[in-house]
Structures are given as structure tokens and as C-alpha cells.
Design a binder for this molecule. Structure first.
Ligand code: SF4
Length: 281
């Protein structure tokens, strides 16, 4: 792919994690998009940031891809749902950007995290970028909802040092209402990662009234504890930081009046995971 597709006017670095970005890749011809997806020579990135301490161990460089099949009611980045909202970036450009941070990341025991959106919507680009990072000696993490886990081969999984796996909720019907999709593929990916002994961090977003059913959480905790490869659980309290994006994008938002979980509810939820012997943060 020619670098002329790298929407030059728009910096990859976002002003904040909540910067609204739309239509940055809309001028890329459809045929180029198809080639990009098939080869992984070009990807669409919402943004790129340095210095994150919440997306894996140590200090991280994070690239957020665009494109996601889920429609989580609580999503705080709905501008990442559509691939063409992202900046088209060649794999060569993405790798050279990452190379700049290689030494610093080592010194800070950090690494590179690919997040989204759902990075495996662009699985060839994702695998190429993670493999390049790993080859440079950078610790790699993939933040994923797992639905396209079967797109990554066993050999390609070796390029991912840590999977940050989102399990949204356990009950299949509740999951469909929450995300619009089944959770079967996510759970299957979790089982496969366990069978391959690949390290996993579980990420669970706690939303009062949507994901706080204690029996549902207990089912997730039992499942995750039984896998044997889950190193930690992060309970992430719902917040309203992305509400303005829904409004600006003209997407009906059903959580307008929703409150973040109370400290008591967060603690109660963490306790459910701890009861199963999991490390919770
Ligand atoms: S999986 Fe992530 S990016 Fe996709 S809709 Fe859900 S919260 Fe948003």
C-alpha cells in the first residue's frame, strides 16, 4: 500500500483517549480496503498513544484499531465501530512508529498493546504488527472481545505475550442484549488460549443493572478460574466519558441516566472473583 493513504493531516496520536474521530479513512477506495484486509499491509487506526499504564503490564504504547462487530450498550468509543472512521496506516509506517519506543519500553518494563474497536476485525494487520513488535523484543498484548479468536492460528498466538480478554457477561441472552452478538466464540477462544497456555488478563466492565447480576458474575469467575491461565482480573467500573460520542454520532444511547457502580458494588464484584482464587485489581 502506498503511504499516500496515511491521512497525513491527522496525527495518529489522539489529544485524549476520548477524542472523537470519524471518516478519516473514507477516501480509501473499496478495493484498497479489501486488499488491506486480505494482506494486512495496511490497517485503520483510531489513534496511537504512549505512556498508558492501564492496558497491560508496565508503561505501554497503545494503538487502537477501528472496526468492531459488537455494539455494547456501554461502549465509550463508538467511533471505533466503523473501520472507515480510522486513519489508514501502512504496516511499514506503524512498525516504524513503534520502533521509536523500543528502547524506552524495555527500560520501563512496558510493551505494546493493540486495542480497539476489535483488533481482530483486521486480523492480518494485527498479527503483522504484533509479530513485528515481538521480533523487536517488545512485550505484546492484544485487547480483544475474542469473537474472532479463531482467525489467529496457534503459531500466530505465539507472537502475543498477553491477551486482555473481555468477557462481557455470561448468560447468552443477556450477552446478546448487551452486545448484539453471541458470547460462544469468546468463551471458545478463552478455552483455546488455556489449552495453549497463553497468559490472559480478564477485563470485566461492571455496569449497574446490566452486568451486575451476582450469579452471572460467579459463573464467569468459576469459568475463568477453571482455565488456569488467567493471571489477573480487572473489574472496570462503567463511566459516562464516552456519552458525548453517541450524541455526536447520532446513535441512540440507552444509558443516559446510568450511574457508575458504587464502591460497595465494585468490592462485592471483586470478592466474587477472589472467592475463586483469582487476583483482582
Ligand atoms: S467490544 Fe469494545 S469497542 Fe466493541 S462495542 Fe464493545 S466496548 Fe465498544
Amino acid at each position: 500500500m502506498p503511504d499516500s493513504h496515511t491521512a497525513a493531516q491527522q496525527p495518529l496520536a489522539a489529544k485524549s483517549p476520548y477524542e472523537l474521530r470519524v471518516n478519516l479513512g473514507k477516501d480509501v477506495p473499496e478495493s484498497d480496503v479489501r486488499t488491506a484486509l486480505a494482506t494486512g499491509d495496511m490497517g485503520f487506526l483510531h489513534s496511537f498513544t504512549t505512556g498508558s499504564t492501564v492496558d497491560g503490564p508496565g508503561v505501554r504504547v497503545v494503538a487502537w484499531t477501528t472496526g468492531c462487530m459488537f455494539r455494547c450498550l456501554y461502549c465509550h468509543n463508538p467511533d471505533t465501530w466503523t473501520m472507515s472512521n480510522g486513519i489508514p496506516v501502512t504496516i511499514a509506517k506503524a512498525v516504524s512508529e513503534l520502533r521509536k519506543y523500543r528502547r524506552g519500553l524495555k527500560v520501563m518494563s512496558g510493551g505494546f498493546t493493540l486495542s480497539g474497536g476489535e483488533p481482530l476485525m483486521q486480523h492480518r494487520f494485527a498479527v503483522k504488527l504484533l509479530t513485528a513488535a515481538k521480533t523487536m523484543g517488545i512485550h505484546t498484548a492484544l485487547d480483544t472481545n475474542g469473537i474472532y479468536g479463531d482467525r489467529v492460528s496457534d503459531a500466530e498466538l505465539e507472537a502475543i505475550d498477553l491477551v486482555l480478554l473481555d468477557i462481557k457477561t455470561w448468560d447468552p441472552e443477556r450477552h446478546r442484549k448487551l452486545t448484539g452478538m453471541d458470547n460462544g466464540p469468546t468463551l471458545e477462544f478463552a478455552r483455546r488460549l488455556a489449552a495453549r497456555k497463553r497468559p490472559v488478563s480478564l477485563r470485566f466492565v461492571l455496569v449497574p443493572g446490566l452486568t451486575d447480576d451476582q450469579e452471572d458474575i460467579a459463573q464467569i469467575a468459576r469459568f475463568v478460574a477453571g482455565l488456569g491461565n488467567v493471571e489477573r482480573v480487572d473489574v472496570l467500573p462503567f463511566h459516562q466519558m464516552g456519552r458525548f460520542k453517541w450524541k455526536n454520532l447520532g446513535i441512540p444511547y440507552t444509558l443516559e441516566g446510568a450511574e457508575p457502580p458504587s464502591n460497595e458494588l465494585v468490592e462485592k464484584t471483586c470478592a466474587v472473583f477472589r472467592t475463586e482464587g483469582l487476583k483482582v485489581y
